[in-house]
Design a protein around this ligand. Structure first.
Ligand code: C2O
Ligand code: CU
Ligand code: CU
Length: 510
């Protein structure tokens, strides 16, 4: 358990924006290396050894205009030993270098050779590379609809550890035509990367070597992967429980949940609502007013908060832990806003009702319906293994959508907790969710619905790349596969699940 850490004593850092190092005919070139460094994450905590992009946690912010292609050379300058316990009993990791990295830009329509395939990993100075390694410099064309993305490590079998060590950053793709909406901008538009971590007294990151087990169960490998991870502190932009000084006016926050397992239920203790304007895939059609904002791992929410009626007050961004929460659990706090009394200049920003147009995929001809079971089995150590349609990562590819065709993927969650399902390359639309009798299903393998389908929540009625599939529900999404063919992946974004073994390859074919 983390040592006691006072709340709201550190100012929240604002991410710094990365600049290109050179330019060629394929656009600007950025150099990003992954290295080990130490950073103070809280005033009461000694500096923490981390791994980060350009030695920063979070990594530098990419703020790129739509239509501007860029190239990024991701380089590994990390040591050969991991700073966290690596379970080598999974994915034949005992035959591979311990420290491998590959960067994925989550939400992007990347070509397969720049998507960060889990087996396209590489080690320090590209000394060793994985079987699917193709290129050192990744290309991002940035032609797609403007949105908030993030980049993070995706190396096979150790993604949970590499991301936990700090390999994550945010990427804004900015649209010129969004300017006419006059949303809060510049100093009043702030990306927030929210995640949970635990610490040892010496400031080092704490991540369990093994799951808790009872004396009856067989001896586990040491270290051993665990089925989930919840930290006991929350960090925003790399500080534990920070505060942010704000002016009494409107702000735009681009929020990312970058936690391994934790789903947040965000709310403001002032009772003020969030005005959600965007989701994973960019602006919604209409602004949605919410008192509570659920955010599963990898989901993004673009929101406006209006502090103008709270001069001189402090307001807290909270996480609703629900009625059964342990009173000792301190992760109900996220951060604090200290609202000042004066404005630098008059707030001329807008809170528009109409934001963008989103053409529905519902009228497309559907070529394929896929039912996908989210289920678990146990391995030889009696550890749970979460699977997609009972297939492991190494099984042959079963999903081969045709380019430009539209499919419906239905996730049948027969486990007892929600899984945030993410598909690379595309943004999809959520069709609906329908409850079924889970006990009856487990006894008879028959799917009996217990209610009508419910439409997605208002703030899910836009483009999404990650959808929460609740237990005992049938969650349907509609997907048009474009604009590239080739090999990609889809997976549960609980990183402990993705690593073992809730991730599958898919091929977009001609
Ligand atoms: Cu954010 Cu395949 O990942
Ligand atoms: Cu992704
Ligand atoms: Cu999962």
């Amino acid at each position: 358990m983390s040592p006691p850490l006072r709340k709201f004593v550190d100012p929240m850092p604002i991410m710094n924006t990365i600049k290109p190092t050179s330019k060629n005919k394929k656009g600007h070139i950025y150099n990003v290396d992954m290295r080990e460094f130490r950073q103070k994450l809280h005033e009461d905590l000694p500096a923490t050894t981390l791994w980060g992009y350009n030695g920063q946690f979070p990594g530098p912010l990419f703020d790129i205009d739509q239509g501007t292609p860029i190239n990024v050379k991701w380089e590994n300058k990390l040591p050969s030993r991991h700073i966290l316990p690596v379970d080598k009993s999974i994915h034949d990791l005992d035959t591979q270098p311990e420290v491998r990295t590959v960067t994925h830009l989550h939400g992007a329509e990347s070509l397969p050779d720049s998507d960060g395939y889990p087996e396209a990993w590489f080690t320090r100075n590209f000394k060793d590379v994985g079987p699917f390694f193709e290129r050192k410099t990744y290309h991002y064309s940035n032609q797609q609809r403007p949105l908030t993305m993030w980049y993070h490590d995706h190396a096979m079998g150790i993604t949970r550890l590499n991301v936990y060590a700090g390999l994550a950053g945010m990427y804004i793709l900015r649209g010129k035509n969004e300017e006419k909406l006059q949303l809060p901008q510049d100093d009043y538009e702030i990306p927030l990367m929210i995640l949970d971590r635990s610490f040892n007294r010496d400031g080092s990151l704490a991540y369990p070597r093994q799951p808790d087990q009872d004396s009856e169960s067989p001896e586990l490998p040491d270290p051993s992967i665990q089925p989930f991870f919840l930290g006991d502190t929350n960090l925003v932009n790399g500080k534990v429980w920070p505060y942010l000084e704000v002016e009494p006016r409107k702000y735009r926050f681009r929020i990312l949940n970058a936690a391994n397992t934790r789903t947040y239920q965000l709310f403001l203790d002032s009772g003020d609502p969030f005005y959600q304007i965007g989701t994973d895939g960019g602006l919604l059609q209409k602004t949605v007013q919410l008192n509570q904002l659920p955010l599963a791992p990898a989901e993004r929410a673009d929101i406006i908060i209006d502090f103008s009626n709270h001069q001189g007050e402090t307001i807290h961004l909270k996480n609703n832990l629900g009625p059964d929460a342990d009173p000792e659990d301190e992760t109900d706090d996220v951060m604090q806003f200290k609202v000042g009394t004066t404005l630098k200049q008059k707030d001329t920003s807008n809170l528009p009702v109409h934001l963008s147009r989103i053409p529905t995929l519902k009228n497309n001809r559907i070529t394929t319906l896929r039912n996908i079971k989210l289920a678990s089995v146990v391995d030889e150590y009696e550890r749970p293994v979460f699977l997609l349609n009972n297939k492991k990562w190494m099984d042959p590819v079963t999903e081969k959508p045709h380019i430009d065709e539209t499919e419906i993927w239905s996730f049948i969650n027969i486990t007892d907790f929600p899984h945030p399902i993410h598909i690379h390359l595309i943004q999809f639309q959520v069709l609906n969710r329908q409850p079924f009798d889970l006990d009856f299903y487990n006894k008879t393998k028959k799917l009996v619905f217990t209610g009508p389908p419910t439409p997605p929540k208002l703030n899910e009625q836009g483009w999404k790349d990650t959808v929460s599939a609740p237990p005992g529900e049938y969650t349907r999404v509609i997907v048009k596969f474009k604009p590239h063919t080739g090999r990609y992946v889809w997976h549960c974004h609980i990183l402990e699940h993705e690593d073992y073994d809730m991730m599958r390859p898919f091929d977009v074919v001609d």
